[in-house]
Design a protein around this ligand. Structure first.
Ligand code: ZN
Length: 404
């Protein structure tokens, strides 16, 4: 794994420039025994050429056998041990929608939901209302005041929003109010540690008022909260790796996790396409030596169980890839944060195909295409995902020798 003390000693502020292209959940499995995976089935002439010239391997996001969420899996790609640096969901969402957090502020993620006349949840996602409706509900929640604390509410996407409490003496140790099933009422906010009693009481006062302002709405007539947390104050990539890093992503959570590690966040909106994202990379390339670019839909189509659609997303990324190659990066890494096999319709623990292309420094291996089977025999072997960033730095000639 990335040893931060060692990295601080060896990393140089000068050297080659790195692009980290992450196709979320790109790792896959055959739909039938003996078949091809999504990445193998996709027609990817550009990635295949890069695999032939460069080094490939398989990364383990957290540890062997562990199925990760995208937040910790990305932290690992950025070199952070996700078991040591746990980040609450609320914080990822708050940073993702561009809300700043002070040292004592607490953030939580909210879902609008539907409750029946007895207050029991009938739909945990309020019929997946569109973002515009969610925004109207957020405007109602913004009218709520509770003495002694400031509440900020911001839409995230569709039925999801972010709640931030600002004030003194707050604590993130509050349990979710989401009962995780229908037929139950939303739970009251409960302190998990004595220091969080005050915060839980403020949240409950806010929830009581939220119930009132939402009660005549439909289908979003209530809400549930989860992932209460404070800013974990992670060490920044500038400090550890001497990089000037930036992020190009569309989904708020990925912007959030990137901001937590010190990346500058490029402006995008929900309609930015893969080509649009690559265009953004080109626009900010001059001012940064590390650019992380995130593609969401490989994961979404994997979760849908739609093998062919996931293949199409990969092919679309491959077609646009020359836009990144035109920037002449010294190191281009193409990988995923975890596997999302269409056969599973969910994230999985399987190791993730990784391609490291660095024309000046790469070690060629026998791989002639980018896919799971090729990656099994590649020069990178199987490695913890936290090793990826040190390897990228090394290939970019940004690490000094250790010892005489
Ligand atoms: Zn993911």
């Amino acid at each position: 794994m990335a040893n931060f003390d060692l990295m601080r000693r060896l990393a140089k502020s000068q050297g080659g420039k790195i692009i980290l292209l992450v196709m979320d959940g790109v790792g896959g499995l055959p739909m039938q025994p003996g078949g091809l995976t999504e990445l193998e089935a996709a027609q990817t002439p550009n990635m295949d050429r890069l695999a032939e010239e460069g080094s490939v391997g398989l990364s383990h996001p957290i540890a062997r056998g562990i199925t990760p969420g995208s937040g910790p899996a990305h932290l690992a790609l950025f070199g952070y041990d996700a078991l040591e640096y746990e980040v609450g969901r609320g914080v990822l969402s708050a940073f993702g929608v561009g809300l700043d957090m002070g040292p004592t502020d607490v953030a939580a993620r909210g879902n609008f939901c539907t409750v029946d006349e007895n207050g029991l949840i009938t739909d945990r996602r309020a019929g997946r209302i569109p973002t515009e409706v969610g925004e109207e509900m957020v405007r109602l929640l913004r009218t709520i005041t509770v003495p002694g604390v400031e509440f900020e509410v911001q839409i995230e996407k569709e039925y999801r929003f972010v709640l931030v409490l600002r004030g003194e003496g707050l604590h993130g140790g509050v349990a979710d109010t989401d009962p995780q099933m229908t037929g139950k009422p939303p739970l009251t906010a409960r302190a998990l540690v004595p220091e969080a009693e005050h915060t839980a009481a403020l949240v409950n006062a806010w929830i009581d008022k939220a119930r009132e302002v939402l009660k005549d709405q439909h289908p979003a007539n209530m809400m549930i909260l989860r992932g209460f947390a404070q800013d974990p104050n992670l060490p920044k990539m500038q400090d550890i790796f001497k990089l000037t890093p930036a992020c190009v992503a569309v989904y708020p959570m990925y912007k959030g996790v990137s901001k937590l590690v010190g990346m500058r966040i490029a402006e995008t909106d929900a309609h930015t396409t893969t080509e649009g994202e690559f265009q953004k990379v080109a626009e900010i390339w001059e001012d940064h030596d590390f650019v992380f670019c995130h593609i969401k839909y490989t994961d979404s189509r994997g979760e849908d169980g739609n093998f062919d659609a996931k293949v199409k997303v990969i092919e679309e990324v491959d077609r646009a890839l020359p836009m990144l190659l035109d920037l002449k990066p010294d190191v281009l890494v193409i990988t995923g944060d975890h596997s999302t096999p269409a056969a599973y319709k969910a994230h999985s623990w399987h190791p993730v195909p990784t391609l490291l292309w660095a024309p000046g420094t790469q070690m060629p291996d026998r791989a002639v295409a980018f896919g799971e089977r090729e990656c099994m025999t590649g020069a990178l072997g199987q490695f913890p995902a936290t090793d990826l960033l040190p390897m990228a730095l090394a290939h970019a000639s940004r690490l000094d020798k250790f010892g005489a």
